[in-house]
Design a protein around this ligand. Structure first.
Ligand code: PMP
Length: 406
């Protein structure tokens, strides 16, 4: 595989931690930004910052244009049919909460299905919406890190279901779910589908038209953009049916003492001043990916993840969680005789950033009968040499921890 041609664009990767070169393998939590994105945000605040959709003055118009250009970029990036389908939110969690809270206001009585694989962000909002609305809450099972599609179909067949909420990619095992199949099944039984794309949007091509999903949610900060910005994609007919759950400026049509009517899509779901600089940063992140051959980026990521998988599996006492047919972004493992927190903190002292804990996904960890794992999530700016160094260090750390624990 060729040399890494993208790494030089990510200045943070030059950082030294405890005097050692940083090896950043926690991209599943948040990715790093290239200079192009950082500079674009800086430029926005230096030269064009004003509030959007409000003032008839130069700065307001420049900012509005930059935000609306980003909406168009997002639309094209995920192949949505309409810009009205692209709603800017704070993050994936916020996008899911908007849909869940709104569906919680309806009284059709249909159940909600999530899966054992979900991040808490795609679990708790639905659980709570069901609790408050009296809908039934179903959790479709996961076996060895993969969805049990037959069980999902049984739930759909035997109950009236309003919506299925499912991850594109698990943030724990890296399992790439057969979401096209999930969407087809849900539609067959009359349910809508929301896809949590937090871990899918960078590593996989996303074509919402082709997938046919009703909602797709993601965060800018997991796709080399800034924190504080997310996207809620919704089919326009689905969004038209949803009641807004956030009220205020920018989302209304007419405000009378006795009632208020809502503005058009997508603004109806964007109450208040959004994260203007962040949205513009997201636009620049998408431009970066498109201009730097996103297909090649994904091929390289696949290669690096497979390389890491092979090397980590060959380390003694390591057990990788799940063996999915298709994996993207993440490898989680436990070590016989060494706690994930101890491993992660010793790796940190060697300059290596990995994640340890439950990854906000307690239900799936329970299916493996563990409470914490170490998680490694490389991105396209990581290198084979970094994986080699990580594996050598991990091996040493395991030996040291096991020696003192026995
Ligand atoms: N879903 C998945 C699968 C995730 O990995 C994450 C982030 N770890 C989220 C949802 C939540 O993302 P955010 O914190 O950006 O809202």
């Amino acid at each position: 595989m060729q040399e890494n041609i993208w790494r030089k664009d990510f200045p943070i990767l030059e950082t030294k931690v405890y005097g050692k070169p940083l090896i950043y393998l926690d991209n599943g939590a948040t990715s790093q930004m290239p200079s192009q994105v950082i500079n674009r945000i800086y430029e926005h605040y230096q030269k064009e910052h004003g509030n959007i959709h409000r003032g008839i003055h130069y700065l307001s118009e420049e900012s509005t244009k930059a935000v609306e250009d980003t909406r168009e970029l997002v639309k094209n990036y995920i192949n949505a049919k309409n810009v009205e389908s692209i709603i800017f939110t704070q993050n994936t969690t916020d996008s899911i909460n908007i849909v869940a809270a709104s569906i919680g206001l309806e009284n059709d009585g249909g159940g909600i299905v999530t899966t054992e694989m979900e991040h808490h962000s795609n679990f708790v909002p639905w659980q709570q919406a069901c609790k408050h609305s009296g809908r039934q809450f179903f959790v479709s099972p996961v076996v060895d890190g993969e969805l049990d599609i037959d069980e999902l179909e049984n739930i759909l067949k035997n109950n009236s279901i309003r919506l299925v909420a499912c991850a594109h990619v698990s943030n724990v095992t890296g399992t790439v779910n057969p979401i096209k199949r999930v969407i087809e099944l849900a539609h067959k039984y009359g349910a809508e589908v929301l896809i949590d794309g937090a871990q899918g949007i960078l590593h996989l091509p996303v074509d919402v038209e082709e997938l046919g999903c009703d909602y797709y949610c993601f965060s800018a900060h997991k796709m080399i953009g800034p924190t504080g910005v997310g996207v809620l994609y919704g089919k326009t007919d689905c969004l038209e049916k949803l009641e807004p759950v956030r009220y205020g400026g920018g989302m209304v049509d007419e405000v009378l003492e006795e009632n208020t009517t809502w503005g058009n899509l997508p603004y109806r779901f964007e109450a208040g001043t959004p994260n203007i600089g962040g949205i513009i940063g997201l636009g620049e992140a998408i431009k970066y990916l498109m201009e730097h051959d996103v297909e090649l980026i994904r091929k390289y990521e696949d290669y690096l993840l497979n390389y890491a998988y092979e090397k980590i599996s060959s380390i003694e006492h390591v057990k990788i969680l799940g063996h999915p047919a298709k994996r993207a972004g993440a490898i989680s493992f436990v070590v016989d005789g060494a706690h994930p927190y101890d491993i992660a903190s010793m790796l940190d002292k060697a300059g290596i950033a990995v994640r340890s804990g439950s990854h906000c996904a307690q239900p799936i960890l329970r299916t493996f009968d563990v409470t914490a794992t170490v998680r490694v999530t490389p991105n396209f700016y990581n290198t084979r040499e970094e994986i080699d160094y990580f594996c050598q260090t991990l091996d040493k750390v395991i030996n040291m921890l096991r020696k003192y624990s026995i």
